[in-house]
Design a protein around this ligand. Structure first.
Ligand SMILES: Nc1ncnc2c1ncn2[C@@H]1O[C@H](COP(=O)(O)OP(=O)(O)OP(=O)(O)O)[C@@H](O)[C@H]1O
Length: 359
C-alpha cells in the first residue's frame, strides 16, 4: 500500500513544552486517518507539522515520496480545513471556492468546471451566489471543504471541522464528510477530541496522550483491544475494577475483588498476586435474577435510566459501582431500582491490565 503521509520520529517543542514526542506513523493513500486525544495532547501541533505551518525540531515528514520536513506550507500539496471556516466574507460562495484556482491563473472554463464539481460534491451549487454571512454554520463549513478539495490535493488536513456546529448538524455533516472522502479518494488526516466521531469516521485512529502516540488501529481494534488503561478509558465507556490476580490459566485470569472472584483476559503478561484492574464495557455485562455460574456476582441496582433503545443501569457490587447497558429486547421489562441481580460476563469480554499501567 502506498503512503500519503509518513512521519518518522517527529518531535516539536515550544519553549519548555514538548508538544509532540518522537511520533512515527504512516497514513495510507485514500485513508481516513484520525488523530484523537484530549485537549493539549499535541494533535493540532501534529497536523500543523504535516501542513507545514510548523517545522519539527527533529524527525522527518514525507508527503507521498517527497521529504517535506523543511518545505513551507505553500509548497506542499495539502490543504487544511479549519474549525472556524476562514472564508472571505466579501466573496460569494463560488468566488471563495474558486479563489485558489484564479490565483493559479487557470482558464475561466476550467475554474467554472472545477468549482461547479466541488460545489455539487458538497451539495451547495444552488447557493453559489450567496455571501458567507447568508449561510448557516454547516453550510459555511461545506464551502470551506469545497474550497479545500477544488484543486484535488493529495492530502486534506481537517482540524476539528465540526466542533463549532450543533449536535444534529454535526452528525449529518459527519456522514457527508465520510461519503465525500470515499468519493474523492483524497487521504484525510482528521483531528478531533471526540471519540465517537473518531470511531464513526475513521479507517484508522492514532490515540495521543501528552504528545506521545499510544496506539494506532482500526476503530474496532482501539475499542476492543486498547493497549492500556488510558486508551480503554478515553475511548467509549468502561468499568474499572481494582483487584488481585489470583490465578492464570493461559490467557485467562481470575481476579479477586473483595470476596468475589471474576474472570477476564490478560491484556499483558502479569504474574499472580499482582494488583490489577479489570476493564469491562457496560454492554458486555449480563444480568440475571438467579446466579447462573461460578463467576456471577451478587449486585444491587441503584439507578435505572430508560433510553428507549436500551436501559442504562448503575449497579453496586461489593462497594464498587458499575455501569451496565442492556439493549432493549422485545417483551423484556427493565429491572427496577433496588432489584437484586447477578452480574456476569464472558471472560473474553473483560481485559486485565496491571494496576500500574499508564492511566
Ligand atoms: N505556539 C505555541 N506556543 C507554546 N506552546 C504551545 C503552542 N502551541 C501549542 N502549545 C502547547 O503544546 C501542547 C500541545 O498543544 P496542541 O494545540 O497541539 O494540543 P491539542 O491536542 O490540539 O489541544 P486542543 O484540542 O486543546 O486544541 C499544549 O501543551 C499547548 O499548550
Amino acid at each position: 500500500m502506498k503512503s500519503a503521509v509518513q512521519l518518522e520520529q517527529v518531535s516539536k517543542t515550544y519553549d519548555t513544552v514538548q508538544a509532540v514526542k518522537e511520533v512515527t506513523l504512516t497514513v495510507n493513500q485514500g485513508e481516513f486517518f484520525t488523530l484523537l486525544g484530549a485537549s493539549g495532547c499535541g494533535k493540532t501541533t501534529l497536523l500543523r507539522l504535516i501542513g507545514g505551518f510548523e517545522i519539527p525540531n527533529s524527525g522527518k515528514i514525507w508527503i507521498g515520496n517527497q521529504d517535506v520536513s523543511r518545505l513551507p506550507a505553500y509548497r506542499r500539496n495539502v490543504h487544511t480545513v479549519f474549525q472556524d471556516y476562514a472564508l472571505f466574507p466579501h466573496l460569494s460562495v463560488f468566488e471563495n471556492v474558486g479563489f485558489s484556482l484564479q490565483v493559479k491563473r487557470l482558464s475561466r472554463d476550467e475554474v467554472h468546471t472545477r468549482v461547479t464539481d466541488a460545489l455539487k460534491l458538497v451539495q451547495l451549487l444552488e447557493m453559489r451566489d450567496r455571501l458567507p454571512s447568508q449561510l448557516s454554520g454547516g453550510q459555511r463549513q461545506r464551502v470551506a471543504i469545497a474550497r479545500a478539495i477544488v484543486d484535488h490535493p493529495d492530502v486534506l488536513l481537517l482540524d476539528e471541522p465540526l466542533s463549532a456546529l450543533d449536535a444534529k448538524i454535526r452528525v449529518e455533516l459527519r456522514e457527508e464528510l465520510k461519503h465525500l472522502q470515499r468519493q474523492t479518494g483524497i487521504s484525510f488526516v482528521y483531528v478531533t477530541h471526540d471519540q465517537e466521531e473518531a470511531l464513526a469516521l475513521s479507517d484508522r485512529i492514532a490515540v495521543l496522550h501528552n504528545g506521545e502516540l499510544l496506539q494506532i488501529g482500526t476503530p474496532l481494534a482501539v475499542y476492543e483491544h486498547p493497549v492500556n488503561l488510558y486508551v480503554a478509558e478515553f475511548i467509549g465507556r468502561a468499568n474499572f475494577l481494582a483487584g488481585v490476580l489470583v490465578q492464570v490459566n493461559g490467557k485467562q485470569g481470575q481476579i479477586k475483588i473483595d470476596d468475589q472472584v471474576v474472570t477476564g483476559t490478560l491484556a499483558a503478561e502479569i504474574s499472580p498476586n499482582s494488583a490489577v484492574k479489570v476493564v469491562v464495557r457496560p454492554e458486555n455485562i449480563n444480568f440475571t435474577a438467579e446466579a447462573t455460574s461460578d463467576t456471577a456476582c451478587a449486585a444491587k441496582i441503584i439507578q435505572s435510566q430508560y433510553l428507549g433503545y436500551a436501559t442504562s443501569y448503575l449497579v453496586e457490587m461489593s462497594g464498587l459501582e458499575f455501569h451496565v447497558l442492556e439493549l432493549r429486547r422485545r417483551g423484556a421489562t427493565p429491572y427496577q431500582e433496588g432489584d437484586r441481580v447477578f452480574l456476569s460476563w464472558e471472560w473474553q469480554e473483560a481485559l486485565i491490565f496491571p494496576a500500574t499501567s499508564d492511566n
